[in-house]
Design a protein around this ligand. Structure first.
Ligand code: WTA
Length: 646
C-alpha cells in the first residue's frame, strides 16, 4: 500500500533531461515549435536539405485533400541516402551489429553493407525485377532482411516485408494483393532454441500461387528444406560472384518506396503506400530530433523489420543519419531473462527503443536482471506501440534509464510513417504516461464526433489537422478504403487516427487506445473482422465475435466468442483445434487467450454482431444501450460464461 501511494505521487512528477544532455542535444531551442508552426512547409523544406537529391523539388507540397505530394519534382534514391552518403564520412564505421539468439555476432561497416546491398540488387535485376515491381520479403531479423530492403530501394522496386511469424496463408494473401513475383525468405530460424520452419510455411502458403515465380532462400538455420526446381534459389549461390557495384535508380520523390500491410477495421489487411522523398525527410528528421542521434551512438530498436517501426526507425531513419545499429534475432529471455541487458552491456548501447509490453514483462521479472549489468552507456530510452502506463514508465526510467535517461514515448502509426507525438528529449519536460506533444510542424488535436476540439481533460478522437511528408498516400489498389478509413470521419482534410486520446490543461497528449475494432496484442495490430472471417471459415464454426480484453502485460488479449454449427458439440478438443487453426492462418502471436462458446451472440435486428457489447462483456464494463439488440437476454448469458474464465 505504502509503495503504491508513493508511486502514484511520483507518477504526477515531472522529469527533465540532465543539464549536460539538454545542453548538447540536437534540438535544444524550444523556439523550433513556433518556427515550425508558423511555416510547416518551410520547416520541412529546411530539413529536406539534409537529404541528398539528384535534383531539387519545384514545390514543397501539393495538397489536394486528402492527397498530398511532397517535394514535387525532386529526384533521389533512399538506399543512396542510407549508405552511399555515409561512405564519404564513415565508410569504416559499423552500420550494423547483428546478434543471433545462439550468440553469433556479425558486424558490417557502411562499406561492407553497401557491397552486400549492391550484390543483392544485381541479383534482383538478374531475376528480372524492374523499377516498380513489388518484391516480398519474409525474413526474421537477420542481416539479409535489411540488405534486401535496401537492395529493393536501390533499384526502385518497392518492398513489402511480411512479418516472419505470420502464417504462410497470410503471406499468400499479401503476395496476391501486391502481385509480387519475387519472394525472399529463409530455410528457418530459431526462437527460444526451437526451429521455426519458415520455408515450409512458404511452400504451404504459395503452393497454388500463380504469381510467385522466384523464391530466394537464405540458408540460416540449416534445417532440411525442399527446393522447388526452377522456382527456388539459394541466396548464397546467387550472391557469389555478384557485382558489388550497382548504380542507384533515380527515383521521383513520389515513387513508391514500400508497401506495408496492416490490419484495419474491416476486411483483409490493407497495403499502406509510402513514397520516397517525404518519407526519407520525415524519418531522417524525426530520428535525429527525437533519438538525438550523434556520431558515437550505438542505437538499438528492438522492433522487427516486419512492422513499420523496423522500417522507419531501424532501417531508413537511423541509417540516413549514419548511425550504428544493433539488432538482435531472438527472444528476450533466452538463455536467461537478462539477455537484453547483456546485449546493452556488451555492445555499449546508448539508445534503446522498445515496447510497453516488453517493459511490463521486464518489470514482472524484476530489477535484479538489469542490475546484473553495466548499462551506464545508455543515454536515452524510448517506447512505442501502445500506451505506456505511468507505473511501467517509472520502472523503465528508474531501472533501465538509471534515473538519468530521458524517455521518449512516441505515438505514431503505420499510416503516419513517422513519429507524430513525442518529447524532444533536450527540451520537453515529460510526464509519466504521456506522449507529450506533437512533433514540430504537426498539428494534432482531440476532437468530438462533430469535429470540434474537446475541453482539456476530456476524451475524444485523435486527429491530425495538416499534411505531413510521410503520410500514407493511398491503400494499395483500394483508393475507396483509403478515403473511407482515414478521411471520412469529419472533412476530407482531417486525418482520423482511430485512437482515443485526451489533452491535459498543459497541452500534453494522453493516448487511450484504439476506438475502432483494431486489437493491439503486445503491440501487434490485429483486425477483429479479419480474425472473425478466419474463424468462420472453420467448418465447425457458425459465427464468431472477436474483441480485445485489457491485459496487464500485453495491453490487450484476444477474447473470441463462438457459436458452433448445429451438430458440433462444445469440447476442449475443438478449442484446441481452433487455436491451431488461428496459428496456421494468421500466426502464433494472434492466438486467442480465450475461446468462449455461446448459444448466440449480441446482434442488431439486421443481424450484425455488436462488438461494442462483446467488448464491454469481456472487460466487465457496462455494455450501454441495448435497445437495438435482437435479443437482450444474450448479454446476461454471455456475462456468466465470461466469468467462468477469470
Ligand atoms: C498504438 C506502430 C499509445 C496506437 C508504430 C496506434 C500507441 C497504433 C503508441 C499504431 C504510443 C503506437 N502510445 N499508443 N506511444 N504508439 N500506438 O500501425 O493505437 O503498428 O494507432 O504502428 O499503435 O500501430 P502500428
Amino acid at each position: 500500500m505504502g509503495e503504491k501511494s508513493g508511486q502514484s505521487q511520483k507518477s504526477e512528477a515531472l522529469f527533465k533531461a540532465p543539464e549536460d544532455f539538454a545542453a548538447n542535444a540536437n534540438i535544444n531551442d524550444p523556439d523550433i515549435y513556433r518556427i515550425a508552426e508558423e511555416d510547416p512547409e518551410g520547416f520541412w523544406e529546411k530539413n529536406a536539405e539534409n537529404i541528398e537529391w539528384y535534383s531539387k523539388w519545384e514545390k514543397v507540397l501539393e495538397w489536394e485533400p486528402p492527397h498530398s505530394k511532397w517535394f514535387v519534382g525532386g529526384k533521389l534514391n533512399a538506399c543512396y541516402n542510407c549508405l552511399d552518403v555515409n561512405l564519404k564520412k564513415r565508410a569504416d564505421k559499423h552500420a550494423l551489429i547483428w546478434e543471433s539468439e545462439s550468440g553469433e555476432i556479425r558486424k558490417y561497416t557502411y562499406r561492407e553493407l553497401l557491397d552486400e546491398v549492391c550484390k543483392f540488387a544485381n541479383v534482383l535485376k538478374d531475376l528480372g525485377v524492374k523499377k516498380g515491381d513489388i518484391v516480398t520479403i519474409y525474413l526474421p531479423m537477420i542481416p539479409q532482411v535489411i540488405i534486401s530492403m535496401l537492395a529493393c530501394a536501390r533499384i526502385g522496386a518497392p518492398h513489402s516485408v511480411v512479418f516472419a511469424a505470420f502464417s504462410g496463408e497470410s503471406l499468400a494473401t499479401r503476395i496476391e494483393n501486391a502481385n509480387s513475383r519475387v519472394l525472399v525468405t529463409c530455410d528457418g530460424y530459431a526462437r527460444r532454441g526451437k526451429v521455426v520452419e519458415q520455408k515450409n510455411k512458404v511452400d504451404d502458403g504459395i503452393s497454388s500461387s500463380k504469381i510467385v515465380d522466384k523464391v530466394v532462400v537464405v540458408k540460416h538455420q540449416d534445417n532440411d528444406v525442399e527446393m522447388k526446381e526452377g522456382r527456388d534459389i539459394w541466396w548464397h549461390e546467387v550472391m557469389e560472384g555478384a557485382d558489388t557495384s550497382c548504380e542507384p535508380e533515380i527515383m521521383d520523390s513520389e515513387d513508391m518506396l514500400f508497401l506495408m500491410y496492416t490490419s484495419g477495421t474491416t476486411g483483409k489487411p490493407k497495403g499502406i503506400v509510402h513514397t520516397t522523398g517525404g518519407y526519407m525527410v520525415a524519418t531522417h528528421t524525426t530520428s535525429k530530433f527525437i533519438f538525438d542521434l550523434k556520431e558515437d551512438d550505438i542505437y538499438w530498436c528492438t522492433a522487427d523489420c516486419g512492422w513499420i517501426t523496423g522500417h522507419s526507425y531501424i532501417v531508413y531513419g537511423p541509417l540516413a543519419n549514419g548511425t550504428t545499429l544493433v539488432t538482435y534475432e531472438g527472444a528476450p529471455d533466452y538463455p536467461e531473462k537478462d539477455r537484453y541487458w547483456d546485449i546493452i552491456e556488451r555492445h555499449k548501447v546508448t539508445m534503446l527503443y522498445t515496447a510497453p509490453t516488453a517493459i511490463r514483462t521486464f518489470m514482472k521479472w524484476g530489477p535484479s536482471w538489469p542490475q546484473m549489468h553495466d548499462m551506464s552507456t545508455l543515454r536515452l530510452i524510448g517506447s512505442v506501440g501502445e500506451p505506456i502506463n505511468p507505473g511501467a514508465w517509472l520502472w523503465y526510467h528508474d531501472n533501465i534509464g538509471l534515473g538519468k535517461c530521458p524517455i521518449v514515448d512516441t505515438w505514431w502509426q503505420t499510416e503516419t510513417g513517422m513519429i507524430m507525438i513525442s518529447a524532444l528529449p533536450g527540451i520537453t519536460t515529460t510526464k509519466p504516461g504521456s506522449a507529450t506533444m506533437a512533433f514540430p510542424g504537426i498539428k494534432a488535436a482531440v476532437l468530438d464526433d462533430k469535429g470540434n476540439e474537446v475541453a482539456p481533460g476530456e476524451n475524444g478522437y485523435l486527429a491530425i489537422l495538416n499534411p505531413w511528408p510521410s503520410m500514407v498516400r493511398t491503400v494499395f489498389g483500394n483508393e475507396e478504403r483509403f478515403i473511407e478509413t482515414y478521411w471520412s470521419k469529419w472533412d476530407n482534410k482531417t486525418y482520423f487516427a482511430g485512437d482515443g486520446a485526451k489533452k491535459d490543461k498543459d497541452g500534453y497528449f494522453w493516448i487511450i487506445g484504439r476506438v475502432d475494432d483494431v486489437i493491439k496484442v503486445a503491440g501487434h495490430r490485429i483486425g477483429s473482422a479479419e480474425f472473425e472471417s478466419i474463424m468462420v471459415s472453420h467448418p465447425s464454426v457458425a459465427e464468431a465475435g472477436v474483441v480485445g480484453k485489457e491485459d496487464e502485460l500485453k495491453g490487450e488479449v484476444i477474447y473470441c466468442y463462438v457459436t458452433l454449427r448445429t451438430g458440433v458439440e462444445e469440447s476442449e478438443d475443438i478449442k484446441k483445434e481452433l487455436r491451431i487453426y488461428v496459428e496456421r492462418n494468421i500466426g502464433p502471436f494472434a492466438r486467442p487467450k480465450q475461446i468462449i462458446f455461446a448459444d448466440d451472440l449480441p446482434k442488431t435486428r439486421s443481424g450484425k454482431i455488436m462488438r461494442r457489447v462483446l467488448k464491454a462483456i469481456a472487460n466487465e464494463k457496462d455494455p450501454g444501450d441495448l435497445t437495438t439488440l435482437q435479443d437482450p437476454d444474450v448479454v446476461q448469458a454471455l456475462k456468466e460464461k465470461t466469468k467462468l474464465f477469470e
